[in-house]
Write a protein that binds this ligand. Structure first.
Ligand code: ATP
Length: 215
């Protein structure tokens, strides 16, 4: 007997925003996910945002998770001293949770770029993929992704309960046109980010003076 599925959402979260959180909340409800794990990435120090450290990204993800029942933070990638590939994280999770269906959550932009991911053909051997719509990225699939969908797409959420891995489910989420890049630009222009991210995260950004206009 399998456990209820869990969701995994990896990201840079620089900062975490409603474009990450709303699709995850909607997937949690639509699929009956027992848990949504937020997995902030490691960013090599030379590529890190000049404004925001790994500790600060992690603090913001923790604040966002604290506001959402069922959301937890997984620090395995951000605490490492090198970037990890999604495939390695999924293999680790699969070993730790042998009887739990794992749903890897991603936006449409990530699905379109999947063929450039390390060992992408193996992802579905460890997890399902749950893909959220994202304005700006149309489902004009590269051939490899079209073939993957032809083999693995399901319209039945129960397939994500009955099997540990191997299905792709395209969510019918409310599309949210926001990226962290856009949000950083808005903050750097001195604008108020209210309603674009959790109030606790907005307060943290303000207290820490992150992403602020250049003096
Ligand atoms: P940046 O602008 O810095 O590249 P981002 O806002 O795209 O950041 P990431 O941390 O790179 O955020 O994204 C993590 C995951 O969240 C990816 O799978 C991405 O597709 C998804 N995601 C981010 N924003 C949205 C959104 N507005 N709608 C749906 N999915 C999103």
């Amino acid at each position: 007997m399998l456990q209820a599925p869990i969701g995994i959402l990896g990201g840079t979260f620089d900062p975490i925003h409603i474009g990450h959180l709303r699709p995850a909340i909607e997937a949690q409800a639509a699929l009956g996910l027992a848990e949504v794990r937020l997995v902030p990435n490691h960013i090599p120090p030379h590529r890190a945002s000049p404004f925001c450290s790994s500790e600060q990204r992690l603090a913001m993800v923790r604040l966002a998770a604290a506001e959402n029942p069922g959301f937890v933070v997984d620090e395995r990638e951000i605490k490492r001293d090198k970037p990890s590939y999604t495939i390695d994280t999924l293999i680790e999770l699969r070993q730790a949770l042998p009887d739990t269906p794992i749903c890897f959550l991603m936006g449409m932009d990530s699905l379109l770029s999947l063929p450039s991911w390390h060992r992408w053909q193996e992802l579905l051997s460890h997890a399902h993929l749950v893909v959220s719509q994202r304005p700006g990225w149309q489902p004009d699939y590269p051939i490899e992704v079209a073939e993957l969908l032809a083999l693995h797409r399901t319209q039945d959420p129960q397939d994500l309960h009955r099997h540990r891995h191997g299905h792709i489910w395209l969510a019918d989420n409310l599309p949210i046109e926001l990226s962290a890049t856009r949000l950083r630009a808005l903050l750097a222009a001195g604008q108020d980010p209210r309603y674009l991210l959790p109030p606790t995260v907005a307060s943290y950004i303000q207290q820490q003076g992150l992403y602020q206009p250049a003096p």
